[in-house]
Design a protein. Structure first.
Lengths: 287, 290, 310
């Protein structure tokens, strides 16, 4: 039984081969830039549009599946609807012109813009996370997070122990999945029906699955702890690392690009630089 | 950060312990709970290079003993000496470097995400520099026949294969003492044979290797120089295989099997055909075919 | 209650790149009141085969018939009922078919299946509750279920002092017996066990095999997947060997262990008792191999021969 965790797609693209730390940093940089505000709504449109194009380009480089993305977005339709409805009926600060009315509820242009921002940001954030999870193995993600959170060690957070716990959890997910299947089959052999039956029976059926699974998990973790100790593991002492990072030219290039990008975005946001004004194009005022 | 000097102090040998002793247990007592002792007054002197089998019914304390010797469990009272050095809270980790312990469940002792990572785990703990690791991993995987599976995940390996990876992990640490806690119990006959072969090969590679093999397979127990029998936490027999397995009524009373030749000889004797003391299949065959 | 497999094939992950054929053209008939041993290494298809016997798995193609209950996955049937005849995605169709397949659950009552390390399926608060869970799932009233449970527990040697105890405080061997009782309580006509002695010590193994012998004597057919050749020789009247999804040998244990040509090719080793008996025969003793079941019977045979010679 082959279980691919998350959405990792095992290709060998230039993006896959990048150091996971740079990918994590790039992810953070993109997220920050997406949540900054760039002056006018039109500038925001331009910037977000630009980011979208960049992400599209990276997705193509990394052979990232858009199907996955659509599936996840589809799953969020309820939340999207909720946001739209909420903003229409409880718009907060309202100013400017009214776009249209639904009965006696006024929908302002400002509201439309704000809701659009939320949706666009959502799509962009999902795109970038999709890229990250498609091109980075779970173990690599853990390593990158472990590296990123290193400074927190000095305020008492046991970073290395947490990272070890996460890696172990990842390692055991397929094993637990197999165990679940085994238990389900054993209980089915005792007449348990996981699909049909009254609520009470179904609950009992689930209990007959969960309790053995938990017992098994506890037993396994005890044995695992013994095995780790027997192999010389000491959570408090320093360990070397087999999977050393492979820093290449692409990674340095990536850092420089990300830094430049972030700097650029911050400048734009701070100085509220208006491209359209500069070009002398005049656009209708929206707020 | 421990200094070299402190380390030397922690590993000071006790002169009262014989110099050829690998594992020395003195009046060792241990209980998981307050109300019952699982190891009762164990006294043992296992010499360097000895191959010792440990047999006993389920629950007799075999695994508990293994974990105590490896310092994973802390005894209630009594002392453990590894190569003459008394085990304490401070030096248990240091002493453990010389001890390799393989458990019986192939899954719950497979730590890494892949075969490679699992063998590396022990090396990381031992602070082996990362640039040296690939060669060691390659070598150990080759010796257990898992070289083609270095990047395979455990969910795609059989029990026997996972156990071989556990053996590779143990080889990588180059222990002076090897403890096998029923390492073949959950494997098919082929897997059990490979465990038996592994012990033989390891002893050949390193004649000074001290081996403690906990097993239910009586024929395997017979391979050893010495057999220790545990019952309800006590060591009730300790000696050469030929001696221990001649105590057939005692062994039967504690639910243990005896080797085939001994069993057949005893059955024949009970039915009126006494061949005298028999020590091996060959001896029995000869006597019957005269 | 006979079980028959006709041209049974099973493929895991059909249609996917990871697909692999676990059973290939299996044709077997398990008669009533038999004690059959199923031998095979990991990967031989043993577990897959076992799961076909109580309907946990439906064959990719072929027929499984338990008494009068038929699971028909042959091409003609598929065509008749509008099921897709191509290979891809029959799994989804099988699920629909399973629902159409009336009362596959009743199959599980008649063919009791005990998995490896069955103690891991225990979950109830007391021993008696856990053992009576099975019968209740098949429609027994509380009283009936408890009565069946008590009968089953007596059979596995667990007395009434254990009834109200938590199964989790029991020893490994006791837990296993409770788990097996949970299946015996269903009163199956056929009992299928997947390596029930693994992890038990000599005493535990002897007790379990004694239990199975008694159940077999009461009329229940036993199908036992095992690696232990001593068990095969002593208890089974038929030995089926699987390798890579195919049946490569199907005979009495005696015939299997005497087939040196076959044994040389496979990695199977006859039990020590048998090998020794063969050695004795080679050295001139007129041992009748039919009388050899275990050490004790070998001793009897040796004495018979020796006293005859006298």
């Amino acid at each position: 039984m082959n279980l691919t965790l998350g959405k990792f797609t095992p290709f060998n693209t230039i993006i896959h081969k990048l150091d996971s730390r740079i990918k994590l940093i790039a992810l953070i940089v993109f997220m920050v830039s997406v949540f900054l505000s760039y002056g006018t709504p039109y500038m925001n449109l331009v910037i977000y549009g630009g980011i979208f194009v960049i992400l599209l380009f990276i997705s193509l480089l990394g052979r990232v599946s858009f199907l996955q993305l659509f599936k996840s977005l589809k799953g969020l339709w309820f939340m999207v609807l909720f946001i739209i409805v909420l903003n229409i009926f409880l718009p907060g600060k309202t100013s400017g012109d009214v776009a249209f009315s639904i009965g006696n509820v006024k929908v302002y242009y400002l509201t439309i813009i704000n809701v659009s921002y939320i949706l666009v940001r959502l799509i962009l954030v999902m795109m970038m996370t999709n890229i990250f999870t498609s091109t980075t193995k779970p173990m690599e993600m853990t390593s990158a997070l472990e590296w990123l959170f290193y400074p927190f060690k000095f305020i008492g957070l046991p970073i290395h122990k947490i990272a070890m716990a996460i890696s172990l959890a990842l390692r055991f997910i397929p094993t637990l999945a197999e165990e679940t299947e085994r238990i389900m089959k054993a209980q089915a052999s005792r007449g348990v029906d996981f699909h049909q039956g009254k609520i009470k029976e179904k609950i009992k059926a689930i209990i007959s699955l969960i309790i053995p699974l938990f017992m098994s998990a506890f037993l396994t973790s005890g044995e695992l702890a013994d095995a780790m100790e027997a192999r010389g593991y000491d959570p408090d002492s320093k360990r070397t690392r087999y999977r050393a990072y492979n820093w290449g030219f692409n990674d340095t290039f990536g850092v420089i690009l990300s830094a430049a990008f972030l700097a650029g975005m911050i400048v734009l946001a701070v100085y509220q630089y208006d491209l359209f004004n500069y070009l002398g194009i005049s656009l209708p005022k929206l707020s | 950060m421990r200094t070299k000097k402190k380390e030397i102090e922690l590993l000071k040998k006790d002169s009262a312990i014989p110099s050829d002793s690998a594992i020395f247990l003195k009046n060792l007592c241990f209980g998981y709970e307050r109300t019952k002792l699982n190891i009762v007054n164990a006294n043992l002197d296992i010499k360097k290079g000895q191959y010792v089998s440990v047999i006993g019914h389920n629950g007799s304390g075999k695994s508990t003993l293994a974990k105590l010797i490896d310092g994973i469990l802390v005894q209630n009272s009594g002392d453990i000496y590894i190569f003459g050095v008394k085990m304490t809270d401070d030096n248990a980790l240091l002493l453990r470097k010389d001890i390799g312990l393989v458990f019986q469940n192939p899954d719950s002792q497979f730590i890494g995400a892949t075969v490679r990572d699992d063998i590396a785990f022990g090396l990381e703990n031992a602070r082996v520099p990362s640039y040296e690791m690939d060669d060691i991993i390659h070598d150990c995987a080759k010796r257990v026949g898992m070289l083609n599976y270095l990047d395979t995940e455990p969910s795609n390996l059989s029990g026997g294969q996972k156990q071989r990876v556990a053996l590779a992990g143990v080889i990588a640490r180059r222990p002076k003492i090897l403890i096998m806690d029923e390492a073949g119990a959950m494997l098919d006959p082929k897997g059990k044979r490979s465990i038996r072969e592994f012990i033989k090969a390891s002893r050949k590679d390193n004649p000074d290797l001290t081996v403690l093999n906990i097993t239910h397979e009586i024929d395997e127990a017979y391979d050893a120089d010495r057999v220790i029998t545990l019952n309800d936490g006590k060591i009730i027999l300790d000696g050469k295989p030929s001696y221990v397995f001649s105590q057939d009524s005692l062994l039967k009373s504690i639910q243990l099997d005896i080797p085939f030749a001994h069993k057949l000889a005893k059955d024949l004797k009970n039915k009126g055909y006494d061949l005298g003391p028999i020590d091996s299949d060959e001896e029995l065959l000869k006597k019957l075919c005269q | 209650m006979p079980i028959e497999l006709k041209h049974v094939f099973y493929t895991y992950d059909e249609g996917l790149p990871s697909s692999r054929e676990a059973l290939s053209d299996i044709n077997l008939l398990f008669k009533d009141h038999c004690f059959t041993a199923l031998i095979g290494e990991t990967g031989s298809g043993k577990s897959t085969l076992i799961q076909h016997l109580n309907g946990l798995l439906l064959p990719t193609s072929g027929i499984v018939q338990v008494n009068d209950y038929v699971i028909d996955m042959t091409l003609e049937y598929k065509k008749k009922h509008g099921l897709p005849t191509d290979v891809i995605n029959t799994h989804a169709m099988k699920k629909k078919h399973k629902k159409k397949q009336k009362d596959i659950k009743t199959l599980r009552k008649r063919v009791g299946l005990v998995f490896q390390f069955p103690e891991y399926q225990i979950f109830e608060e007391t021993v008696i509750k856990d053992v009576s869970y099975g019968p209740k799932n098949f429609g027994a009233t509380n009283e009936e279920a408890i009565a069946s449970a008590k009968r089953a527990l007596a059979l596995v040697g667990i007395d009434h002092s254990y009834y109200e105890r938590s199964p989790f405080e029991l020893s490994g061997g006791e837990k296993r017996r409770v788990a097996i009782a949970g299946i015996i309580a269903l009163n199956p006509d056929v009992l299928v066990l997947d390596e029930p002695t693994v992890g038990l010590d000599a005493g535990g193994q002897a007790m379990l095999m004694g239990l199975l012998t008694e159940i077999s004597r009461n009329g229940t057919s036993i199908i036992l997947a095992t690696h232990d050749m001593d068990v095969v020789l002593k208890y089974a009247d038929r030995a089926i060997v699987l390798d890579q999804g195919k049946v490569i040998s199907d005979s009495t244990p005696l015939d299997l262990f005497q087939n040196s040509e076959f044994l040389n090719k496979s990695s199977l080793e006859p039990p020590k008792v048998f090998r020794f008996a063969l050695d004795l025969k080679k050295h001139g003793l007129d041992i009748n191999l039919n009388n050899i079941k275990d050490c004790d019977s070998l001793a009897d045979e040796i004495i018979r021969v020796k006293s005859g010679v006298k």
